[in-house]
Each structure stands twice: as C-alpha cells, then as structure tokens.
Ligand binder design. Structure first.
Ligand code: GTP
Ligand code: MG
Length: 322
C-alpha cells in the first residue's frame, strides 16, 4: 500500500520517508518511533498520530480477535524434498524465519537455492531477494536446478534481486531499503546466506562480542518484521562452530553450536540442523520449533538440487539397518 493512501501524511513527510527507503504503509508500520523522529524531524506526538493511522490501515490497532488469524494468508513453500517438507509440517512458511544450520559444505546453500527455484518456478509473478554474504549464489546452478525441475531458469533469474553483501553496514542498509524492491514487486522469499558471515569477519575478538550480538539481533529483528509485514518466507543459513568443551555424545549437536548463539535461536521460528550422510545423502533434524515435534529425515543433493532419496535406496537402507 503506497504511502499516498495514508491521508494523514503531508507531501513533505512522504518525501522524507521515501528518502529513507520507506515507500509503503507496510514498511512504515515496522519502524520504531526513534527512526521516525529522526527521519521526519517531528515531535513524538506527531509520530504517534501517524503510526496509529498506519496501524489502523494495516489491521494492527484493536481488532476483533475473531477476525484475526496469524495463519491467514500464510503460504507454504516446498523445499524440493517431500521428506523435508513433511518434517517442516508441509514446507517452509511465509511470515517466519526458517534457519538451516550445519557445517561447511553440508548443503545449506543448495537447500536455499532449491526452495528459491521452486517458489519462483511455481508462481510466475513472484519475486525473491537473495542476500549473499558467502559468495554461494550461483546462477549456473539455479539454471541447472530449474531445468531439471521443468522451470525456465532465465525467467527465474530475472525475478531475483541479488545483494552480494560486502559488509555489515551493507546488509543492514539492504534490509532497511528492502521496500525499494518490495513496494514494486510481489515478494515471496528472502534468502539470507549466511546471516552471520559479515558479523564474524568484522567483529573479531571477545571484546567486540556484545556489540556484534546487538547488531546481529537488530538485523534478525528486522528480518522477522519483514517476513510478517510482506508475507514472505525468510530462509536463513548459519554455520555451526565447535563447542569449547567437547564431550562425546550420540547427539550430533552436542559437539557443535550454531554460530551467533542464542540471538539467532530466539528469532528463527524453525531451525533445522543438516549433517552429512553417505555420498550425496544428507540428514535433517528439526531442532527448534514452536509448533512441530522434533524429528529427522533424509534427502539428497543432486542435479535437481535438494530431492528425496528414491524408494528403493531407502528400503535397501532400512533392510541393511535391521
Ligand atoms: P558452506 O557455504 O561452505 O558453509 O556450505 P553449504 O552448507 O552452503 O554447502 P552447499 O550448499 O554449498 O553444498 C555443497 C555440497 O552440495 C557439495 O559438497 C555437493 O555435495 C553438493 N553440490 C553443490 N553443487 C552441486 C552441483 O552442482 N551438483 C551436485 N550434484 N551437487 C552439488
Ligand atoms: Mg553455503
């Protein structure tokens, strides 16, 4: 909804907001009062007036509970593997952050790319934003996955806005200005691969940890608000780091911990730990969800991206295991 629909705003105020990357009412409602005081140079009373009007327009101001459903309009996107979709209660959802964690080369990027190709392949009019801080975005691979899934890869690439992230500031500003893309296009998915990389390279050493965590928390809050405001799925990846005190355990997560610590855990609604199996096989474990039972599944990475293991292979494996 263009800012013009918010009659309370003067043309000067609209201009000032646009100058800070705020083009829609959806984006305006997720601003903090401080951000608006700074942007508009207005008194808090005026900001309050504006925000209340904006909250009313977007259904955030004293609505009847019977008219409300958090799930309303929520869209489920496939991961490319039925087994992984089932683990996630159908797939990756809009309005939420789904986080894939795991060690180097386990398939986090491949999973994100397959979700992206499927989302854009199935719906011809939707767009994606891809923030790549690890140089993992690969147009050739997108073309390959798309072709093997029967989609037009060139058309899909046209509908991805890529941000090759070069610094923390760059990532934060891209999030702030996301309305520049989403005010003109119907967004469906935001991939952030990975969330932590720019923070880890810029904030080195224990003494910067508090500052790093604070900024990381801010970035994640913004992603979470974006997911909700624009009804898009946020797919984030994250590496795991070795725990300082290593103890042997059957639990694959006992020896590692997601980078970024609890800051990420609190914000991502679903967290999936990936680990390597034999050959191209990967094991996914749902480790953190507010509404799904924990569980595990297997899939593989092939020329189609992420996909199911053929029946025969799983059956043979089950027999071997018995
Ligand atoms: P980091 O970004 O290094 O932390 O790793 P990641 O978890 O993102 O791993 P990524 O998604 O890059 O997966 C790498 C693995 O996917 C490789 O070891 C391969 O097994 C597989 N893979 C990557 N590209 C291809 C490809 O073009 N074809 C096939 N068949 N497999 C691929
Ligand atoms: Mg990667």
């Amino acid at each position: 909804m263009d800012l013009k629909n918010l009659e309370i705003l003067s043309p000067e105020e609209v201009e000032k907001l646009r100058g800070k990357g705020i083009f829609t009412v959806e984006r305006l409602v997720i601003c903090s009062a401080e951000e608006l005081v700074e942007t508009l140079g207005a008194e808090e009373g005026r900001i309050e007036e504006i925000l209340i009007e904006a909250w009313k327009k977007t259904g955030h101001w004293f609505i009847r509970a019977s008219d409300y459903s958090r799930q309303a309009g929520e869209i489920v996107l496939t991961t490319g593997s039925k087994a992984l979709d089932d683990l996630l209660g159908g797939g990756v959802r809009t309005k939420r952050i789904t986080e894939f964690i795991g060690e180097y080369r386990v398939g986090k990027t491949q999973t994100a790319l397959t979700i992206l190709v499927e989302a854009l392949g199935r719906e011809p009019d939707v767009h994606a934003i891809y923030m790549d801080s690890e140089k993992g975005f690969n147009d050739g691979r997108i073309m390959e996955i798309a072709k093997n899934r029967g989609y037009d890869g060139a058309d899909i690439l046209q509908r991805i806005s890529l941000v090759p992230v070069v610094s923390c500031y760059h990532m934060m500003k891209s999030l702030q200005w996301i309305d520049d893309v989403l005010s003109k296009k119907k967004g469906r998915i935001l991939v952030v691969d990975s969330v932590i990389a720019p923070f880890r390279s810029e904030y080195i050493g224990r003494e910067t940890l508090a500052e790093r965590q604070q900024l990381l928390g801010k970035a994640l809050d913004q992603m979470s608000k974006i997911a909700e405001a624009y009804n898009i799925a946020v797919v984030a990846t994250n590496q795991v780091v070795a725990k300082p005190e290593q103890t042997y355990s059957y639990d694959p997560l006992a020896e590692v911990t997601p980078a970024g610590g609890h800051i990420l855990g609190h914000r991502s609604q679903e967290r999936i730990h990936l680990r390597k199996g034999r050959g191209d096989i990967r094991i996914a474990r749902l480790i953190d969800s507010s509404w799904l039972p924990p569980g595990e599944c297997m899939f593989r990475i092939t020329e189609r991206g992420v996909e199911d293991i053929p029946e025969k292979k799983t059956a043979a494996k089950n027999v071997a295991a018995n």
